[in-house]
Design a binder for this molecule. Sequence first.
Ligand SMILES: CCCCC/C=C\C/C=C\C/C=C\C/C=C\CCCC(=O)SCCNC(=O)CCNC(=O)[C@H](O)C(C)(C)COP(=O)(O)OP(=O)(O)OC[C@H]1O[C@@H](n2cnc3c(N)ncnc32)[C@H](O)[C@@H]1OP(=O)(O)O
Ligand SMILES: Cc1cc2nc3c(=O)[nH]c(=O)nc-3n(C[C@H](O)[C@H](O)[C@H](O)COP(=O)(O)OP(=O)(O)OC[C@H]3O[C@@H](n4cnc5c(N)ncnc54)[C@H](O)[C@@H]3O)c2cc1C
Length: 669
Amino acid sequence: MMTAKRINPDLQRERDAATIDPEELTRIIFDGAKELDKKRKLEDAVFNDPDYKSIPLNFMSREEQYEEGIRRSAIAVTKKEALGDLIENHNDLISYNTLACGIGNAFFLHESMFADSIKRMATDELKQKMMPLQQKFEIIGTYAQTEMGHGTFLRGLETTAHYDPNTQEFVLNSPTVTSTKWWPGALGKTSTHAVVLAQLYTQGKCHGIHPFVVQLRSLEDHKSLPGITLGDIGPKFGYGANDNGFLRLNNHRIPRENMLMKYSQVAPDGTYTKPPKAELTYGTMTFIRSMIVRASAFGLARGTTIAIRYSAVRRQSEMRPGEPEPQVLSYPTQQYKLFPLLATAYAFFFVQKKMVETYSVVNQQINDGDYTRIQELHGLSSGLKAFTSWATNVGLEICRMSCGGHGYSMSSGFPKLYVDFTPNCTYEGENTVLLLQTARFLVKSLKEGKRGAKLPGTVAYLSSNVTELRARATSAGRDLKDPRLLVALYKERAMRQIMFASDKVEAARSEGLDLVGALNRASVHLVRAANAHSHLLVVENFHEKLQELKVSQKLKKTLLQLFQLYALDGITNCSGEFLEDGILSGTEVKAIRQYVVELLPLIRVNAVALVDAFDFRDEVLDSVLGRYDGNVYEELLKWALSSPLNKTDVHPSYDKYLKPLLHRNRSKL
Ligand SMILES: CCCCC/C=C\C/C=C\C/C=C\C/C=C\CCCC(=O)SCCNC(=O)CCNC(=O)[C@H](O)C(C)(C)COP(=O)(O)OP(=O)(O)OC[C@H]1O[C@@H](n2cnc3c(N)ncnc32)[C@H](O)[C@@H]1OP(=O)(O)O
Ligand SMILES: Cc1cc2nc3c(=O)[nH]c(=O)nc-3n(C[C@H](O)[C@H](O)[C@H](O)COP(=O)(O)OP(=O)(O)OC[C@H]3O[C@@H](n4cnc5c(N)ncnc54)[C@H](O)[C@@H]3O)c2cc1C
């Protein structure tokens, strides 16, 4: 585990008082002792290697950040080869890359969206040609879909690919300024290839967007090819080390075989065959959306680790004159800021496992030609991606502010954590847009359920009616901390929100609006409904996990407290939705508010152990405030002293500007 010389006594006391063994929980989070051991060995491999040492990112210019990112990403590729069994699956690869690259993995899209698109959608011939080059890093690929004018509305993309049967090539063009590809990661300076999404034209007809493999740069000298203009889009909110790029195509020709033609084809004479299902082109996005649920769990776990450890070390304000100042973690208001987020991080860890399992089952079915669950997966991944990333985004800022002034210093780790996390709410499908997709599926499912159709697992409850759901809640008894009752309450709330939004869609329809118009008019309600549904899935899944887990009684009790805090606090935050339909009475909501407050000191006993269980090494946390040993103040001073501004006692600007100012009246004295 972490190497600590002298542990801050307050932090040590918290650890000594804990009733749970964090290691038991860590094994659960990381899928068992074997996987955990592998994770730690991977960390040792990276952090014991001097090649992976960098100066702090905050002291580098953007160009230096980019170069350092490339250096670390490149050595990570070669060093990975020596790691053998330590990298067995996708999660291992992501963990290793995240650790090794630290500053930003330049090849994330190469190994995820570029590779996945080819594996998923290329013909066997193209796969055989491209995959070895991709795997051996003889090429570097990215995923170029978004354009300056359109990211969400994919049918509105303007890049064109006209088929020329005479040469059996596609001719690619960026016909307008807004058609310029804009944002793709590693596109500006790094990638040699891209999967480019373009409107396919053949035999004089447009057939919508299709993916093509396009070479961008020479494999000899890395120069951009004729017909290709590309570069970096400039500094951003975060992701300084990444060359998110732009790309313009001017009559750039590629062979016919470079279209990803597993599902839709263009024959040599230009005849077009459409895919069995148009949405198959979107599969790669679904894959990353499901990974973002995992990234949300890790992001919030990281934020709460920093904030809770620091809150145990930080003492502030004598309550009564002469008394020792309490640890800020002892204030109920501080606990109320942080413990619901801690519970949320655990809820997200469990739901990400469910998301990944569902993704892999349905993806296998899709590969086998069974498309029946594609919509369910889309509804699930879109809803969970949006719900979890928004909660984490908001939660990270709460964690930062809970650290007072020091939270504002780059040394806290929060600024980088936040700016690198927040685009999860935007990329891979903007969150509002994704919740509207989920809601569309929910409204459809509700209708089908009413008709008596059998609905898939995650929406099966929509085939009941509210009276049945209410009866189920009543039969669970009225102990407001009973998990079965809480799940039933969330179910009814989701059902009622979906019914309300569906009624609004129907009302707009009956006024003569078409479906799209009606959905748009009801969209505010639809987003609320999709949120309520996703919230239910997280609560329900947490409850299922509680029942399944074979753990010590002490840990079970603590996990139950976390579950209760997550579910009860969720009710207080959306109490209107539980009150408006009489799911809960005003008196019950008030009781729940009090239960939340009563749970805080119970969680407090294990708060530090619960964040220790996330098993972040100091090198990963990259936070002076969140250090395992809690030696915050000494390290803050060291950090400040290492600032480049402190290299010299007198800064050169003194002679240039301050001295002339300060001395300007000297002769007159
Ligand atoms: C130590 C550990 C650390 C852990 C970290 C772990 C992992 C790391 C994870 C995170 C990643 C980190 C870094 C990533 C960095 C960068 C990645 C960013 C890459 C990108 O940012 S890359 C661009 C993404 N860009 C989008 O994401 C565009 C959004 N826009 C769309 O996605 C669609 O366009 C939409 C949804 C607006 C729909 O458009 P639309 O409705 O107007 O019309 P459309 O014709 O398109 O759809 C007609 C029918 O298709 C169905 N449908 C749609 N999508 C489907 C799908 N996926 N599956 C199945 N069905 C689908 C509809 O439901 C409908 O069905 P129906 O008619 O039956 O209702
Ligand atoms: C760091 C980063 C990395 C990225 N990497 C890549 C990459 O590798 N490859 C790639 O192709 N792209 C990439 N992108 C682009 C990203 O996928 C898009 O920005 C994203 O899909 C959102 O699209 P947009 O920018 O067009 O937003 P817009 O759709 O213009 O959103 C603007 C606002 O309009 C609202 N809105 C839009 N449509 C609707 C609607 N139908 N109903 C209601 N509200 C609506 C949204 O909710 C939002 O509030 C990246 C972006 C970022 C920030």
